[in-house]
Write a protein that binds this ligand. Structure first.
Ligand code: NAG
Ligand code: NAG
Ligand code: NAG
Length: 340
């Protein structure tokens, strides 16, 4: 959410200063030759629905323009194998494991294989929420209704209060009624940290780096998803990151470098089949590589934040709530979920 928390004036200032960069780094056509036709065939602009279709059922992924699909695939870095049998292949079991229902109450320490399965076919309460999202026609209120109404004040996280930094949208949060759902959210943060290094993303659960995601219902389908933002507050640096992001940036130990390309991490719940009680696609956990020569940077990142590589949750669907995972320790570390 790099700029959306900032006052409008700051967003505009950031826009103005960043647009200078944008002008000078605007991508040139890749293969220009005097002999080619005046307008060489170019890849059409990708939209978020293309991404969701690609990560959906086989019939959906086959509807994506092949040029877009190829470019998108080159920017997907899966934290669990893309599906039990690959993108867009329909040979996975259409029902989540009838053989065994994984859950955190029964399996508090899943093995690596069990973790993959927990992404493909999450525990029952997550599946119920996924179906509710689609059945409601993508209505965020349907998700908000399954929250426990108890209001929980957000305590200080790692000295944020001292710096006058409010990390969350509101100073209080809530939790889901279902403990299994809350545990699943924790599991998502933990698996991102554990598996990130396998694709070149070393991420820490800290108030400057990974502490939040945005739970949304995807455009068109209503599919349940979370867009996580790592590297939220890079340290101010005259040379590499000359942007003042306010109180929450103070004391940051996050360095602005190429790992910023990997800061958008997408979880998608399994996709319910809308006509039957079965499932059209398993869950997904993938890093969206926003390297500057890729299609995600080009088409899915608004130009005025391309320096920060931020994909906006509002562009992906209807946002129901923010998921925060904060260390309210201080010693020993004590990470808690706050839904705001
Ligand atoms: C990530 O951390 C590991 C271990 O600390 C280190 O060996 C590796 O070089 C780091 N990778 C990146 C991309 O920074
Ligand atoms: C930054 O600080 C956090 C929390 O104090 C720590 O866990 C993390 O390892 C530090 N990261 C770096 C890159 O130094
Ligand atoms: C079910 O999904 C298909 C394709 O995703 C769509 O065309 C159809 O309208 C949906 N049906 C209902 C009842 O929502």
């Amino acid at each position: 959410m790099i700029t959306s928390n900032l006052p409008v004036s700051l967003r505009v200032a950031l826009f103005l200063s960043l647009s200078v960069t944008a002008w000078s780094t605007r991508r040139q056509p890749r293969c220009f030759s005097k002999h080619s036709s005046p307008s060489p065939p170019s890849i059409p602009k990708a939209i978020p629905s293309d991404l969701f279709s690609l990560l959906g059922s086989k019939s959906q992924s086959s509807t994506v323009n092949p040029l877009i699909a190829a470019e998108l695939k080159s920017c997907l870095k899966f934290l669990v194998p893309s599906s039990p049998s690959g993108i867009g292949v329909d040979t996975w079991p259409s029902q989540p494991c009838a053989r065994r229902q994984l859950g955190f109450t029964k399996f508090p320490h899943p093995s690596d294989t069990e973790k993959d399965e927990l992404i493909w076919w999450p525990p029952e309460p997550v599946l119920e929420l996924a179906r509710l999202a689609v059945d409601s026609g993508g209505d965020p209120a349907a998700i908000q209704r399954v929250l426990d109404p108890t209001i929980i004040p957000v305590p200080d996280a790692e000295g944020s209060k001292e710096d006058r930094c409010q990390l969350t949208r509101t100073p209080y949060g809530r939790r889901f009624f279902s403990e299994e759902l809350n545990s699943y959210l924790k599991f998502l943060f933990e698996i991102i940290v554990a598996r990130g290094p396998s694709i070149g993303l070393n991420v820490t659960l800290s108030r400057f780096d990974l502490f939040h995601g945005h739970l949304f219902l995807a455009v068109d389908s209503g599919r349940l998803g979370i867009l996580f933002h790592a590297r939220e507050y890079p340290a101010y640096d005259k040379e590499v990151f000359p942007y003042n992001m306010g109180f929450c940036q103070i004391g940051s130990n996050v360095t602005y470098d190429d790992s910023m390309n990997l800061r958008n991490i997408l979880w998608l719940a399994p996709l319910p089949d809308n006509s039957t009680k079965s499932w059209a696609a398993p869950g997904v956990l993938v890093v969206l590589d926003a390297r500057p020569d890729g299609i995600i940077y080009r088409d899915l990142i608004p130009e005025y934040v391309n320096f920060a590589r931020t994909i906006y949750e509002d562009d992906l669907g209807e946002v129901a709530l923010d998921v925060n995972y904060l260390n309210v320790g201080p010693e020993p570390p004590n990470y808690q979920i706050f839904l705001c």
